[in-house]
Design a protein around this ligand. Structure first.
Ligand code: ADP
Ligand code: MG
Length: 700
């Protein structure tokens, strides 16, 4: 009989209740299964021994054979440290302990040959090794040694309690003994055959006890693939179940609104990407499954018109539609843009935001419920309980990262059937990450900018070049262009940031005096109507310069603005910089982005600035961002349990992810309910996973 891997870890020989508690609390290891999935962080060569005179000052981990010749205690600021002199035939070094000194003194013997292992420091003209792993040479020779000894994740508490890497390795060996190294296969023969994957048992053995570098890398590949495969399988299954179970409204026909707009009022030719995406949306809306689609497109790629034309499909079938944006300014702008088109088509459209008057609200509520109002644009105000549609068929959410998943789903509950949902985002999430995080959404991508756009020229300038920058601004204004100057506003240092903004505003006012120049200012402390007033003046070309905090970050569209100056640019994240830059380059003129910084820059800041200067491709920038910050920090993905991977790395293993997704898809295409005998083990593994690890809860 094979060993049940769900056996609590306490039952493993050599573990016992104390160690079991520590393994549970420190590493989350409850069962045999958890232990076997404790994958090494790295591997070190335990067959190589250094002589003391071969040690280098590079802080590397080394293994040395020698003898302890004496102990001494050294007083230090707090408590004392224990120092042992350690010699081989080439020299002398020190071993140092800051904790557990009594036990060390009692258990270590002078004059006996030991093997020590650890990191070396160069200190006071000598090499020392703090808290080495020690083993009598005679014991050491009995142990399995490998050129690729696994080093497991650990915590300070574990090492303080004596659960060293050697102990974990021993426990792992015990586990392999008890299970005889036999583990149930979890991938089908087809997949294993096509990808030449190691069997599960071989992979597990070689990841813990590699027989050769080649087998180690094959083992890692197989385990990474498996991990990503099952995540993708879950996401795709969820999407399939969603489609089959959750019925949505079907927009059966393409009717007059759409056709008239397309024939008579289209303000420009759609790009091929826009056309393709519209087709994808059309296919979803024409089916009876509820649409749940993410539309990604770089800033300025023209998502608004795609959203609007999707709405027309809804209106053509007698449904109401809404568009929700994260800020008042943006909603107003969307409203104005769509109003122009709606007027041409005789469509009723209204705006609802936090500052909508009560009397106007009443009109909106009434006309929504009796169905006279066809399109409603607005902010979070759309989510209020009083807002009830007669028949909401399509809800569009712009700039999705500002809204949580909860809000997304709240829109659903405005009807008896959930409306079709289109989420538009200009923060390109790298495809690989999107696949993992939004695997339950369908994804459309606009990967092409409208023709005739000139790439924005981006430069990095130091603060002491400000006079030159002012001169450049004057030249641009003389040509009739408008300019944004943006200051960071980061919550925790709000007061200081606010002062920076005001100082900046004053110096610009001095340099650009009225009546020759007009300046707008917009920041978070202003009343909404004052902000709107200033934005409006700028949008109408009545002011030359807009001094602002990041409130203008998202979506604002002033095509005549051709220069974006970002102050203290080193303090912005990459995606924010890219968003800000996207405010210019919307007209036919050459546009510029100037990144202003001081001289002191961290390496990450330098990389961000260089990336901005080099690239205008949102996806490329997002990839760099992902590398700099790691997936956990990318907006909106923090809560995603999917990123707690055991062995795979979303950034480094994106090729494996792609292949895993491909295989998960083809398995489910062939056999959506995993009923075929050859998929039996996939079904079983999948069931086990959902039983023991609930990964569903992070998705809406
Ligand atoms: P975003 O994707 O950032 O929301 P918008 O929808 O605001 O971009 O579009 C940016 C600008 O490009 C707008 O002024 C819009 O009218 C214009 N635009 C959109 N599509 C096209 C196109 N196919 N050809 C020319 N201009 C376009
Ligand atoms: Mg937009």
């Amino acid at each position: 009989m094979s060993v049940n891997l769900q056996t609590p870890i306490d039952y493993l020989k050599g573990v016992g209740p104390n160690r079991a508690d520590l393994l549970r609390s420190e590493l989350g290891i409850h069962t045999y299964q958890d232990l076997i999935n404790l994958f090494p962080n790295r591997y070190i060569d335990r067959t190589k021994y250094y002589k003391i005179n071969q040690l280098q000052r590079n802080n590397a981990e080394v293994q040395v054979i020698g003898r302890i010749t004496s102990f001494r205690e050294v007083a230090q600021k707090r408590g004392k440290r224990l120092v042992a002199e350690f010699r081989d035939d080439t020299g002398v070094m020190e071993l140092v302990w800051f904790r557990g000194q009594k036990w060390i003194r009692e258990s270590l013997k002078t004059g006996q040959p030991y093997v020590i292992f650890g990191k070396t420091n160069w200190f006071n003209g000598k090499f020392s090794m703090p808290h080495p792993e020690l083993e009598l040479l005679s014991e050491h020779e009995k142990n399995l040694r490998s050129a690729m000894q696994a080093i497991y994740p650990s915590t300070e508490k574990l090492s303080n309690k004596g659960i060293t890497n050697r102990v974990v390795t021993k426990i792992m060996q015990q586990l392999f003994l008890e299970t005889k190294g036999r583990y149930a296969e979890t991938l089908s023969d087809t997949i294993r055959g096509e990808l030449k994957l190691l069997s599960k048992s071989d992979a597990l053995f070689n990841v813990h006890f590699p027989k050769s570098p080649e087998l180690l890398s094959r083992a890692q590949f197989r385990l990474k693939f498996e991990e990503l495969f099952y995540i993708q399988l879950q996401l795709i299954l969820k999407n399939l179940i969603h489609k089959s179970k959750i019925k949505g409204f079907t927009f059966e026909k393409v009717g007059d609104y759409f056709n008239t707009f397309f024939k008579d009022h289209l303000p420009f030719d759609l790009t091929n990407a826009q056309k393709r995406v519209l087709k994808e949306i059309r296919a979803d809306l024409g089916s009876n499954a509820q649409m749940n689609r993410l539309l990604q497109g770089d800033v300025g790629s023209g998502k608004t018109i795609v959203g609007f034309m999707s709405m027309l499909m809804g209106l053509d079938n007698g449904f109401q539609c809404c568009l929700m944006a994260p800020t008042e300014i943006l909603s107003v702008q969307h409203y104005n843009e769509l109003l122009e088109w709606c007027n041409k088509l005789n469509i009723s459209i209204l705006l609802l935001t936090g500052s909508t008057k009560t009397s106007d609200r009443r009109i909106i509520h009434e006309n929504l419920e009796n169905g006279n109002l066809q399109i409603l644009i607005g902010t979070h105000a759309l989510l209020e309980d009083k807002v009830k549609f007669k028949n909401l068929g399509l809800a569009i959410i712009d700039e999705q990262h500002r809204f949580g998943v909860k809000q997304r789903s709240k829109l659903w509950h405005k009807n008896e059937l959930p409306p079709n949902v289109l989420v538009m985002t200009a923060t390109p999430i790298p495809r690989t990450l999107a696949m993992s995080v939004y695997g339950d959404l369908d994804i459309s991508i606009i990967d092409e900018l409208p023709a005739g756009r000139k790439p924005i020229k981006t430069v990095h300038r130091y603060d002491n070049n400000r006079l030159k920058v002012f001169r450049f601004m004057k030249d641009e204004i003389a040509k009739g262009r408008q300019i944004y100057v943006v200051y960071p506003l980061i919550q925790e240092s709000e007061k200081m940031d606010y002062k920076d903004l005001m100082d900046g505003y004053e110096s610009i006012s001095r340099e650009f005096p009225t009546p020759d120049y007009q300046i707008s200012i917009v920041h978070g402390k202003m009343k909404a109507e004052d902000k709107d007033y200033e934005m409006q003046r700028f949008a109408e070309g009545k002011t030359n310069i807009m001094v602002a905090t990041t409130v203008i970050e998202v979506g604002v569209n002033v095509p005549n603005a051709s220069v974006m100056i970002i102050e203290s640019a080193e303090r912005f994240g990459l995606s924010q910089l890219h968003q800000l830059r996207g405010r210019v380059g919307r007209g036919a003129e050459q546009s510029y982005c100037i990144l202003m910084t001081g001289h002191k820059l961290s390496n990450d800041s330098k990389t961000r600035l260089e990336t901005m200067v080099r690239s205008t491709d949102g996806f490329e920038i997002a990839e760099v961002d992902l590398k700099l910050r790691g997936p956990g920090d990318i907006m909106g993905t923090q809560q995603s349990g999917v990123l707690n991977l055991r062995i795979a790395d979303i950034v480094k293993d994106k090729d494996i992810l792609q292949s895993a997704r491909h295989y998960a898809k083809s398995v489910l295409n062939l056999d959506p309910s995993l009923a075929l005998p050859e998929h039996n083990m996939i079904l079983n593994t999948y069931r086990q996973m959902s039983k023991y690890r609930n990964i569903w809860n992070y998705i809406s």
